[in-house]
Design a protein around this ligand. Structure first.
Ligand SMILES: Cc1cc2nc3c(=O)[nH]c(=O)nc-3n(C[C@H](O)[C@H](O)[C@H](O)COP(=O)(O)O)c2cc1C
Length: 263
């Protein structure tokens, strides 16, 4: 089966849509799957060239203001006309992810693709809406963080042994257990399990070319209160280190300040 996955996130790095596209590609191992990032006219032309040989088109999209990113609209409009003119008959599925906790915040984005399929006269066979998209995109680096901490622990232990003049590899690893790596990897898998399961179910529907009633999920094993704490910390550090915004300014609500930001 030939599958084309169009990842429509404008983000150049760390895109959750691309991450989920790669997971779907992994689950579809054995099939001919290509991922194209739909961000420029060049990407669009590449995608268009694939359309005549595919059985299934999958959109992996972020939710922007309850809908699809505006950067995608131009290409969707052109593609709709192209598909109608060529009378292609492939099936379309969608994986949408949003920043809010609830997966059903993706409902309108999925509906947008359903309506697009109606206009393009191709079959929309459903999709998946995944909440906590930013968080799930971020937690994929937890195993790497665990690995880095474990390596640092080992290095400190090695330095201590060198100072004591007792360094040997058996001694370095004696009683050593990479607890940090194991815990961080377990957290990554637990939080992302819902997305994995739903993308796997979607993969089964794709292979059987059957209707996949839109399903919604979010970070598993992560109650909303934990999500809110982690999201607040994430935005706090992101504002500080990436955008240089001081923590106290985040609490300012005065109109003048908001107006000055908008200028
Ligand atoms: C301009 C903009 C608008 C957004 N609007 C929403 C929204 O309406 N609802 C929501 O849940 N998340 C919203 N988000 C969050 C994104 O859906 C979230 O960051 C998603 O994981 C991005 O996926 P990506 O990494 O594939 O681009 C918005 C993000 C941006 C940048």
């Amino acid at each position: 089966m030939d599958v084309l996955i169009l990842s429509t996130s404008p983000r150049k790095s760390f895109s959750t849509s691309l991450y989920f596209s790669k997971i779907l590609k992994l689950f579809l191992a054995g099939h001919n799957v290509e991922i194209i990032l739909l961000r420029s006219a060049f990407d669009y032309n590449r995608a268009i060239r694939q359309l005549d040989k595919i059985d299934v088109l999958v959109f992996a999209t972020p939710v922007y203001v309850d809908s699809v990113p505006s950067t995608t609209l131009e290409y969707l409009e052109k593609m709709e006309q192209y598909i109608t003119a060529k009378k292609y008959k492939f099936s379309v599925y969608t994986i949408a992810n949003c920043g809010f906790y609830e997966g059903n915040q993706c409902r309108l984005a999925l509906k947008t693709y359903e309506l697009w399929c109606e206009r393009a006269d191709v079959k929309f066979l459903g999709g998946v809406g995944i909440g906590s998209g930013v968080m799930l995109g971020f937690v994929r680096i937890l195993p790497l963080i665990g690995l880095a901490i474990t390596a640092i622990q080992l290095m400190i232990q090695a330095v201590v042994l060198c100072f004591e003049n007792t360094f040997s590899f058996p001694l370095l690893f004696a009683g050593f257990f990479p607890a940090n790596f194991v815990i961080q990897t377990a957290l990554w898998i637990l939080f992302t399990l819902g997305a994995f399961v739903h993308i796997f179910n979607l993969r089964t529907s794709i292979i059987k070319k059957r209707n996949h009633v839109c399903q919604y999920t979010t970070a598993w094993f992560c109650p909303r209160c934990l999500f809110v704490c982690m999201a607040s910390l994430y935005w706090f550090f992101r504002a500080l280190f990436i955008h240089g915004v001081m923590p106290w300014t985040l609490f300012r609500k005065d109109k003048e300040y908001v107006d000055s930001l908008c200028k």
